[in-house]
Ligand binder design. Structure first.
Ligand SMILES: *Cc1c(COP(=O)(O)O)cnc(C)c1O
Length: 358
């Protein structure tokens, strides 16, 4: 039975990438060593890193005025690294509180002594996302957003049009929809959603914003990591290798614009079903809906659990929503084939037929 993995992260990876890893694993480029064993100071690794970096630059149209880093510590370490590296001028930052991961970022920033952390809450009825004020006149080091809220299924599909430096957590929708890198001072993303295995985090940061300073740890210092091609200490060699394969896969697919079209189609099919369903519903306003992590529910927790269990029996796995929100969540990352989404919709339809009376 084909298994379709809807996990929020680590998420589905392209079959072609998995097969390539299997092929390469015993002897990377005929070196007689696995990629997991090669030295990070060897030309084998240096080439691999440069190629992965160049492919990501091509995919996202990243100019030389930005550093592209492949770091460890996950998205979570970036909650601390971002303010430490970027809040150096005014010691004042502003965060949009759009859900679980932005709350974590706010908590991390608030732990930094002497940093003024302001928060934009969502106080608009009928909206699931805080509205970013278009006129922000005071001096901030950056305004922080989570582009895609992985748990809540909401997205800022575009950078807000504000005259402020922007720093964004793009962990769950990097490479899934087009953003203009030049709109941001910093973008970070854990790999385990749209890029590859957990353990590597992409940081894209404007070089001109990095100033010399004494951080708690040199591995958190973007300037040092940039100078060392992300190899200040042992980098996540295997993860960067696997990410590089995904970048090649995406280039071959046609790039971000091509996968975006597929992602839009998949999400539209699912939302169309949900909007016409008598059993399942999604409550996110149209403009704020995530195409990457659509969430939905029935009106009964027991029914949700029944659906999740039944879908699992049919090879549709990891459909449970995050423990704090419940219901169902479908993570439609780039590697999710359209056949998986069609099968899910069939499963939902079948379930509705047998449970239509609620
Ligand atoms: C998954 C995720 C994170 C956390 O990443 P870790 O690598 O587990 O630290 C942060 N932000 C968003 C938006 C995420 O989806």
């Amino acid at each position: 039975m084909t298994v379709y993995n809807f996990s929020a992260g680590p998420g589905v990876m392209p079959t072609e990438v998995i097969n390539q890893i299997r092929e390469d694993l015993p002897s990377y480029k005929n070196s007689g060593m696995s990629v997991m064993e090669i030295s990070h100071r060897s030309p084998l690794y240096e080439d691999l890193e440069l190629e992965a970096e160049q492919d990501l630059r091509d995919l996202m149209h990243i100019g030389d005025d930005y550093a592209v880093l492949f770091l460890q510590g996950g998205g979570t370490l970036q909650f601390t690294s971002v303010p430490l590296n970027l809040a150096t001028n005014y010691h004042k930052v502003r965060y949009a509180n759009s859900g679980y991961f932005s709350k974590k970022a706010i908590e991390a920033a608030k732990r930094i002594q002497g940093l003024d952390v302001q928060v934009i809450e969502n106080d608009e009825v009928g909206s699931k996302l805080p509205t970013i004020p278009t006129t922000i006149d005071d001096q901030l080091d950056y305004l922080y957003l989570t582009t895609n809220n992985t748990i809540e299924g909401t997205t800022y599909h575009q950078a807000p049009n504000v005259n402020q430096p922007l720093a964004v957590d793009m962990s769950s929708n990097i490479l899934a929809e087009p953003y203009n890198v030049n709109d941001f001072d910093l973008i970070f993303a854990g790999a385990q959603k749209n890029i590859g295995p957990a353990g590597m985090t992409v940081v894209i940061v404007k070089r001109g914003k990095l100033v010399e300073q004494q951080l708690l740890s040199d591995v958190m210092d973007y300037r040092i990591e940039d100078a060392k091609h992300s190899s200040f200490n042992t980098p996540p060699v295997f993860n960067t290798y696997a990410a590089g394969l995904t970048f090649k896969w995406l280039k071959k697919f046609g790039g971000v614009d091509a996968i975006y079209q597929q992602n839009l189609e998949q999400a539209a099919m699912l939302y169309d079903f949900l909007d016409n369903s008598k059993v399942f519903h999604n409550d996110v306003p149209l403009a704020e809906r995530s195409i990457t992590n659509p969430v939905f529910k029935t009106d009964s927790k027991a029914l949700d659990q029944e659906f999740i269990a039944q879908a699992k029996e049919h090879g549709l796995v990891n459909l449970g929503g995050h423990r704090i929100v419940g219901g169902m969540r479908t993570s439609l990352y780039n590697a999710m084939p359209t056949a998986g989404v069609k099968k899910l919709i069939e499963e939902l339809k079948q379930f509705e037929l047998t449970h239509g009376g609620k």
